[in-house]
Ligand binder design. Sequence first.
Ligand code: ATP
Ligand code: MG
Length: 404
Amino acid sequence: MASRVLLLTAEGHAADELVQPLERRGLSVVVARDPDQALQRLGDHQLVILDAPDAASLAMVIRRINDQAGSNHPPILAIAHSGDVEARVQLLESGADDVLARPIDPRELEALVEALLLRAPATTQTSGGRPPVEPRPVEARGRVIAFASAKGGSGTTTLAVNTALILAEMAPGNVAIADFDMYHGQVSTHLDMYPRTSTAVLAREDPNNRNPEVFQEAGRRHSDGLTVFGGPYRGDEAADVSGPQLASLVQQMRGLYGTLVIDAGSVIDLRAEAVIESADMVALVLTPDIPSLRLLHAGLQLMSENGTATDRSVFVVNQIYPKQMITAEQIEEHLGVKVGAEIAYDGENFLRAINEGQPLVKMARRTPSATALRKLAEQLTDSAAEPSESPPQRRGRFRFLGRD
Ligand SMILES: Nc1ncnc2c1ncn2[C@@H]1O[C@H](COP(=O)(O)OP(=O)(O)OP(=O)(O)O)[C@@H](O)[C@H]1O
Ligand SMILES: [Mg+2]
């Protein structure tokens, strides 16, 4: 029988109090004492339990697992040596999925292990495989949530990728993210996985030839059950791709997934507008600085002249600066819109997440920005399911800095 649980514990530590309750539940437990050897066999297990003399050593092993396996490792249960809140937070922030404090209560151990094992099948899938694609019935076409901004570097890709992962955690296999940034797609970079083709190639294809096999070939399955469609890599790769081609691609893709998250990039031109217009919900990401507000004002004018997507938009202020100089109220006043969500500043974790290809909601799950991202995901899905009867924004009502 394949072993399900790996218990990595320090030399000389008794393992019985952890092993026995689990074996009584019919789980097979492998006890390892040597981290180097154990970490090489991570993929053989559905859950890792870490037990070490102190929180710092535990955090170090957790980081090693994350460094080695990215997000593609089994869930981690850390055994803390006291109920100390600081130690617990440190372990969760290092990447533990849950923490159990000594003295061990066998029933609590069993309950936590059961809960973590439920998450294991999606978490331990091999990353990078081709995802199965089944067309959905017309009446069950998926919802489309697009992320866009008017200024580069606002965090659009960061927010789109994290939202997609949160949604995929709830419905593994039923969520896809597609990079529709036609200038420099970075969704793959954020997830550290590199599909062979791009949405630009798919968009150019005759829609009649885009059958489920084409999508199966083009997408890649992230270890968390998220299907990933990469965007163009070079700035000139999608120069000839048109808005209608992109909109047609969105329509086809929504027939394949329960939720399709789109990164529409950071330039609101007519091409991006066509993509945004196809979405059920749009997260318009802005940063609290004047250039971002000016560009978004222009983008909103273009959007409201060419469609109705502003009626389905949530304005998300992303605090990419350590010091806040423009408040949400000032933004609301200047743009004449309602700020729907704010993502807290977390320079270190967001940068680490990008550089390591492991999004923040996986790497630092308990931070304020991860919490805000989960709230945003909820807000976008709720709104997409039940379109507001009286949308807060209307066409042509944007005003900004006295210029219209
Ligand atoms: N809330 C935040 N706090 C601190 N840094 C952040 C935050 N959100 C995003 N960042 C950082 O901002 C940078 C830009 O993020 P990202 O690449 O997602 O932006 P973008 O709008 O997609 O950019 P592009 O114009 O290149 O497409 C990244 O280094 C990211 O780590
Ligand atoms: Mg981007």
